[in-house]
Design a protein around this ligand. Structure first.
Ligand code: COA
Length: 257
């Protein structure tokens, strides 16, 4: 498989998908999200593949969010379409019948935190940081983050993280139940492979049944509300201010319109 923004490898029946825009901290363009969808679909349909790992290139960032530069000038409708397309790809990860681990090798912010949460398991390196900083841009999460963060860490802390936009450390993420393990960066992929090594010895249909049953517990319609609310942000002055402030590398001054 050849991609513009991904590198994929297959070893020991594990497909590793590496998001490869390290100079932009692996921020997710629309195209990158599409490519992730294609790679996961391939992993799902190829019978030689038993499991998948999703990670980011470099040692600094897993994914620092959706690519903010692509937000400029979007209408409400285009904002909704963007969120829906992202949600669709992330749902294909969550509903994959094969186990998918996020190897979180640094910043997992916004769409990056959401991507990790769509995976079935998360292992973080010690330098990883998680957060949903969209409010700093006058925006909310749009790729399922308002729904899945609650599922992992509960309403109390999820509300705080979405409202403050603050990051938490890998250790805090472990304490809150957002990640399964925290390991030194040079052991990250080995730890993922060790865990998948155990899972790969189990019956694939039983593993698919576990995934399907656990997902069934969390079926909600909140995802559609997230798409609506994400789209509405694009009609506000504060959203323009937030995005311009990020690009101009200054603090946003929000006015409430
Ligand atoms: N979208 C587009 N570009 C991004 C990005 C994003 N989400 N996150 C980082 N980048 C780019 C930066 O603009 C910068 O590009 P440049 O070198 O051309 O100026 C490059 O990646 C490196 O990032 P930089 O901000 O210089 O690194 P840092 O170590 O100072 O800060 C972060 C790291 C993660 C704290 C900071 O990049 C950040 O806040 N990113 C945005 C996070 C966010 O809001 N995500 C949610 C988006 S909805």
């Amino acid at each position: 498989m050849t991609f513009e923004n991904l590198v994929t490898t297959i070893e020991n029946n594990i497909l590793t998908i590496t998001i490869n825009r390290p100079d932009k901290l692996n921020a997710l363009t629309k195209k990158t999200v599409e490519e992730i969808g294609i790679a996961v679909k391939k992993g799902e349909s190829d019978s030689s593949i038993r499991a998948m790992i999703i990670t980011g290139a470099g040692q600094k960032s897993f994914v620092a969010g959706a690519d903010i530069t692509e937000f400029i000038g979007l209408t409400v409708e285009q904002g909704k379409q963007l969120a829906q397309a992202g949600q669709n790809v992330f749902r294909s990860i969550e509903t994959s019948s094969k186990p998918i681990i996020a190897a979180v090798n640094g910043f997992a912010l916004g769409g990056g935190c959401e991507l990790s949460m769509a995976c079935h398991l998360r292992i973080a390196s010690e330098n990883a940081k998680f957060g949903q900083p969209e409010v700093n841009l006058g925006l909310i999460a749009g790729y399922g983050g308002t729904q899945r963060l609650i599922q992992y860490i509960g309403k109390t802390k999820a509300t705080e993280l979405h409202m403050t936009g603050e990051m938490i450390s890998a250790e805090q993420a472990l304490h809150l139940g957002l990640v399964n393990y925290v390991v030194p960066q040079d052991q990250l992929l080995a730890k993922c492979e060790e865990l998948l090594g155990k899972i790969k010895t189990k019956a694939p249909k039983a593993i698919a049944g576990v995934i399907n049953s656990i997902n069934a517990y969390f079926k909600t319609d909140g995802f559609a509300t997230e798409v609506e609310e994400f789209g509405k942000c694009f009609a506000t002055e504060d959203f323009n201010e937030g995005v311009n402030a990020f690009i101009e590398k200054r603090k946003a001054d929000f006015v409430g319109r």
